[in-house]
Design a protein around this ligand. Structure first.
Ligand code: PLP
Ligand code: COI
Length: 341
């Protein structure tokens, strides 16, 4: 298969349309069989539920070319399950897990020319998305929906690649207690845009959100969870009901404990503890593991001992192991890798 003519090593995290996408529509209480189509346009009512009341949720995962030339994706079953949870919380119909996984496989296979070659640093980002297509004007769930999966080749989420980031503690909240922070609803991202534009204008790469109720505990960023390494070498990640349960984070915690033999703990992390941490990173499908070098709390700088040049040593081990599994250099735990070709 001849690859698309793309400068794979030079691309950032943007949208480059690929050949095919999967589309299935929900009507009269059932999903249709779905098709792979070249049509990247969506035509819906001006009064569609997604446009009026933001009834939409999405997922994000990646396909990789492995060292030995296969195309694989990473734990798509967990994305399928998380989308079931998102849909249920937003009063949307659930797209069955087995059909979700098959559609991921089909859409990646149909876009093989766009799966970046091994060793380029790029991957194929897969974006499943579901939205309300039929009209609603009173506030209620719509009757009809579309589930779509498109793909786009991507490079690093943060411009500097894996250079340590500078983040700030945000005065804005991302998610309310008992709200929608734990699902992948589009609305969570819409309301983070003001905060991220403001952070960028002030020279920061990202926002660290605190828990909205007490503003004492670390939650997550707009698009990634946190991992920390304590000075005695323990991997710690914040426990909260209002953050997205990151698949990358769950995988890292498993890798830390079961492959690297490290102590790893999910627990509440207080803002006051940040000054005592040895390493900090952002983790997610897009972020992979992006190291944080500095956290700014209203003018007070917390400089992580790992510094502004490189990842800390434990973060590096986690990064190498996780990406090694994804790219087929390290044997994956049972069920983590879905081989597409
Ligand atoms: N937190 C938020 C708010 C996200 O948008 C994402 C990205 O999906 C993550 C965390 C990381 O989740 P995952 O590792 O499943 O991609
Ligand atoms: C992902 O990592 O897949 C996300 O959805 C996060 C987003 C910031 C791109």
């Amino acid at each position: 298969m001849e690859k698309a003519n793309i400068d794979w090593s030079g691309i950032g995290f943007g949208y480059l349309p690929t050949a095919k996408r999967f589309v299935s529509n929900y009507k009269n209480g059932a999903w249709d069989d779905g098709v792979l189509t070249e049509d990247d346009k969506v035509v819906i009512s001006e009064c569609a539920g997604v446009i009026q009341y933001a009834q939409t949720c999405f997922e994000g995962l990646k396909a990789y070319t492995t060292e030995d030339g296969h195309i694989v994706c990473f734990r798509p079953d967990l994305n399928a399950e998380r989308m079931l949870d998102s849909a249920a919380r937003l009063e949307m119909p659930q797209f069955p897990k087995d059909r979700f996984i098959q559609a991921v496989v089909d859409v990646v296979a149909a876009n093989e020319a766009y799966v970046p070659p091994y060793g380029t640093g790029a991957t194929l980002y897969i974006r499943p998305v579901m939205f309300a297509t039929s009209p609603v004007i009173g506030v209620k769930p719509a009757a009809e929906y579309q589930f779509r999966i498109f793909t786009t080749p991507v490079g690093p989420y943060f411009k500097g690649g894996i250079k340590p980031l500078t983040i700030r503690i945000s005065d804005f909240d991302r998610a309310a207690p008992h709200g929608t922070g734990h699902i992948k609803a589009g609305l969570n991202y819409a309301m983070s845009l003001y905060a991220i534009v403001d952070a960028h204008n002030q020279g920061f790469d990202e926002n660290m959100y605190l828990d909205a109720a007490t503003r004492t505990k670390v939650e997550e960023t707009g698009g990634a969870n946190f991992i920390f390494v304590t000075k005695d070498g323990k991997v710690v990640t914040p426990k909260s009901n209002s953050i997205l349960p990151s698949i990358t984070r769950r995988s890292i915690m498993y890798v830390a404990k079961n492959i690297l033999g490290l102590e790893a703990e999910e627990r509440e992390v207080y803002k006051d503890e940040l000054k005592d941490m040895a390493e900090c990173g952002l983790c997610g499908t897009a972020a992979v593991i992006s190291p944080v070098g500095k956290i700014v709390d209203h003018g007070t700088e917390i400089c992580l001992p790992s510094g502004m040049n490189d990842m800390g040593p434990v973060t590096k081990k986690l990064y190498d192991t996780l990406t090694g599994i994804q790219m087929g250099r390290i044997e994956a735990p049972e069920g983590w890798i879905k081989v597409i070709k």
